[in-house]
Design a protein. Structure first.
Length: 422
């Protein structure tokens, strides 16, 4: 049996139960027949919104042995009908989708601060010391335990006195997926530092949730903590009466400085007209004029010199034909592919040599290239590519896609090398 597969079910948060690696089998009677039953997958679905929901079907692949049937009277057929010689066939079986109706949570008696938490939970909170000195750290621990979607437990709504510094909490989470319910705990550990002496109070922390078994809302509360903060050895700034913690932080920022950044320094006696940048700017008009003159000369030659125009556009035209050939890289279009590669090779060389593309022959092409003092090995490889393309165009289709790809790369490289040779 293969691994069960199930499609995601929108509108649910899913937690998987741990059923172990060894299947526990048991016997059950269904419709008067006895079956051997084992749990292969177990999940807890937590709906995230009310309404009609669907838990998607689960597909289970498995293998069966199918014996080959023979109708012959040969005495050896019974030997080959043994299960050892049977073939394995892959099959799949799927469960039916499960339709459920998720009821909305009641509006009546909904407590303040309720964030949609459903389950059965308890809240515990503690501090490690009730008497501290200023600038001395104390630890506040908040722990939620219970049954339900442990991962959705919200962060505690912690209200602290203005004179306390609070750091991001250390969060630890434990989810128990054994048995029939999802349970566990989630803990938050805060480090608090009082900055000023006095009697400080940390109000009660609340956790509001809906209990599905009791069918009403519940609120868990922690005790209120009273902390005696004494003056420590370190110095502290006495805040003026009536200022909040945020206002105290602004003390010392009320001076507006004339300059806060490092000014830009220049060498004494230096002028812009004596810099290299100024000289370069003076040369730019002459450079632009020379570039415009060269470009105009290039356009004039293109319009009047056909050989020059064909030579300049040969590479661009050849690459367009190779791009068309690349789209034909398939065994089904083998002849069209080699024809397009051949046209790219012949057309490029004919444009470079100012020869008519329609009537050029390979022997003439080879002689013209050798007369241009092109490297003999390059000319020979170029001719070999043309002969290969001609052979594949008129031979029976027997090439492979890998061979076609190799010819394509060789043709591209040959055109680039021939371009450099000119």
């Amino acid at each position: 049996m293969g691994q069960p597969k199930i499609e995601p079910s929108p509108g649910f948060w899913v937690e998987e139960f741990d059923i172990g690696t060894t299947l526990k089998q048991r016997e059950e009677i269904y419709n008067g027949r006895k079956y051997v039953v084992a749990d292969i997958k177990k999940s807890a679905y937590f709906p995230t919104s009310p309404g009609r929901k669907t838990i998607q079907s689960m597909v289970i692949p498995f293998d069966i042995r199918a014996a080959s049937r023979r109708r012959s009277n040969d005495i050896f057929d019974s030997f080959f009908d043994d299960p050892f010689f049977s073939r394995v066939v892959r099959r799949e079986v799927a469960t039916r989708p499960v339709e459920i109706e998720v009821l909305p949570l009641p509006e009546q008696d909904r407590p303040a601060g309720f964030e949609g938490l459903v389950g059965q939970y308890r809240l515990e909170a503690s501090i490690d010391k009730e008497t501290v000195k200023t600038n001395e750290a104390l630890t506040l621990k908040v722990r939620f335990t219970g049954q339900g979607n442990i991962r959705s437990l919200p962060k505690p709504n912690l209200i602290l006195p203005n004179d306390f510094e609070k750091y991001e909490p250390k969060v630890s989470e434990t989810v128990n997926r054994q048995g029939e319910v999802i349970s566990g705990s989630k803990s938050y550990e805060y480090v608090l530092i009082p900055r000023f002496p006095g009697q400080q109070r940390i109000p009660s922390i609340q956790l509001a949730f809906f209990d599905p078994q009791a069918r009403h809302y519940k609120v868990e509360r922690s005790p209120e903590f009273i902390i005696s903060v004494q003056k420590g050895e370190g110095s502290y700034a006495a805040a003026p009466a009536g200022l909040s913690k945020e206002e105290v932080r602004l003390v010392g920022q009320d001076i507006r400085f004339i300059k806060t950044a490092v000014p830009e320094f220049r060498r004494i006696g230096a002028s812009f007209y004596q810099s290299d940048l100024f000289r370069l700017l003076c040369l730019l008009p002459f450079l632009a004029l020379a570039a415009a003159f060269g470009y105009k000369r290039h356009l004039t030659r293109l319009s009047g010199d056909v050989a020059y125009a064909r030579s300049r556009g040969a590479n661009r035209m050849a690459m367009k034909r190779l791009a068309k050939a690349e789209k034909l890289l398939s065994v089904d279009t083998q002849k069209e592919f080699y024809a397009e590669v051949s046209r790219a090779l012949i057309g490029f060389a004919a444009d470079k040599l100012n020869l008519p593309e329609a009537g050029v022959i390979q022997s003439e092409l080879q002689e013209r290239l050798q007369a241009r003092a092109v490297d003999s090995s390059l000319v020979q490889s170029y001719m070999n590519l043309l002969q290969t393309c001609d052979f594949q165009r008129f031979a029976p289709a027997s090439g492979a896609a890998e061979e076609m790809g190799r010819i394509f790369q060789q043709a591209k490289e040959a055109i680039i090398k021939l371009e450099k040779a000119f």
